[in-house]
Design a protein around this ligand. Structure first.
Ligand SMILES: N[C@@H](CCC(=O)N[C@@H](CS)C(=O)NCC(=O)O)C(=O)O
Length: 228
């Protein structure tokens, strides 16, 4: 029997993984259908006007066309939280709730732009599309673009187990999923310079929810041997 929830997307996308991890943490089963936005076929553009992945379909609402679909990982995660509230992945208290949304937005924009365009595309996607990796761009991203963001995350995590509140939540998932792509590109957070961040990344990515995604992705994203 098909599950109610169906994710359209590609494994390896940090936004697709964000949704997969949230569902896994909640123990919600889902189906997965491969959909590439490079370029988006007409049926995908219809349900994803921005021509991006992931898109969620809730089959209990609609099984064809736009009915029952929601584009955008943030909208999808918020929907899943309402539909499956336990365990909560968004803090209850107003201020913590807003802080969690801020970290989600920061990860999805600032961090994603640098890791995605400056590292994952030049290193991993270049190889996938049969091109030479652009190591110079990747090194500039790792050594010049990302350190100020790592400084901010190091400061935000000081003395805490999680980015917001006292349990893993949407803030941690959104930020950590970007570090999976960072690792796929062959980069490593310098634990001497950012000890708190490096430890937090190791802990979050070791959770079964993330570990299962990473193991699947490793099958088609070979480890990089280029020193960044
Ligand atoms: N804000 C969107 C971003 C999704 C996104 O950018 N996905 C990438 C794949 S990782 C995509 O579909 N890119 C298509 C393109 O750049 O044309 C979300 O959170 O879902």
């Amino acid at each position: 029997m098909a599950n109610d929830l169906l994710i359209y997307g590609m494994k390896g996308s940090p936004f697709v993984r964000k949704v997969q991890v949230l569902l896994a943490e909640k123990g919600v089963p889902y189906d997965f259908e491969m959909a590439s936005p490079f370029p988006a076929p007409d049926w995908l553009a219809e349900i994803s006007p921005a021509k991006r992945i992931p898109v969620l379909r809730d089959r209990s609402i609609g099984t064809e066309g736009v009915a029952g679909t929601i584009p955008d990982s943030s909208a999808i995660c918020a929907y899943v939280e309402r539909k499956h509230p336990e365990p909560p992945m968004y803090p209850r208290a107003a201020y913590d709730y807003a802080r969690a949304l801020w970290f989600e937005e920061y990860a999805d924009s600032e961090l994603a732009m640098r890791v995605g365009m400056g590292l994952f595309r030049p290193m991993v996607m270049a190889r996938m599309f049969g091109k030479e990796p652009d190591v110079a761009t990747a090194r500039k991203t790792v050594h010049e673009q990302l350190p100020p963001l790592f400084d901010y995350l190091e400061k935000s995590l000081a003395g805490r187990a999680w980015l917001v509140g006292d349990a893993l939540g949407i803030a941690d998932i959104s930020v950590a999923t970007q570090f999976v792509n960072f690792h796929h590109a062959g980069a490593k957070v310098d634990a001497g310079r950012w000890p708190v961040l490096a430890k937090w990344i190791d802990g979050v990515l070791a959770r079964p929810s993330f570990a299962a995604c990473i193991a699947q992705e490793r099958k088609f994203i070979p480890a990089s041997d280029v020193e960044l």
